[in-house]
Design a protein around this ligand. Sequence first.
Ligand code: SME
Length: 140
Amino acid sequence: ENLYLKIRDYLNDLCSYLRSENEKYNWVGVYVVNNGNLSLISYSGKRTEHEIINLGSGLCSLAVTKRMIINEGDVKSNNDYLACFPETNSELVVPIEYDNKIIGEIDIDSDKKSAFNEDDERYISDICNYIARLVSYVSK
Ligand code: SME
């Protein structure tokens, strides 16, 4: 329990850091796979209703089930998109892999259209690899 809180605090700091360093990152969160759901463990930005997402709906789920990066430059044109904030125009979801399983993801929303490029994908993938072992302690 104590370890869980420490990991959550650390990931909260990481989300704040990423958001403060990148003007176009308007919301940054870490979702963890838990008993068939995605649960939001840490975030920086506005509060969202989607703290628990059923695996199966939204871009966040797609990243897990397809085991791939989702980089959507125009969320409003994507039928799979699960709307969180009215001002969001693009979204980047990068899966976190550990022990050959997808255990979570970093999700970033931007108010800008087509906000994310390959540099963002690489940068966030590196960070996902870096935190994977840590996240494995809080995913089940
Ligand atoms: N838009 C996501 C839901 C999470 S919020 O963006 C924070 C989705 O389509 O799964």
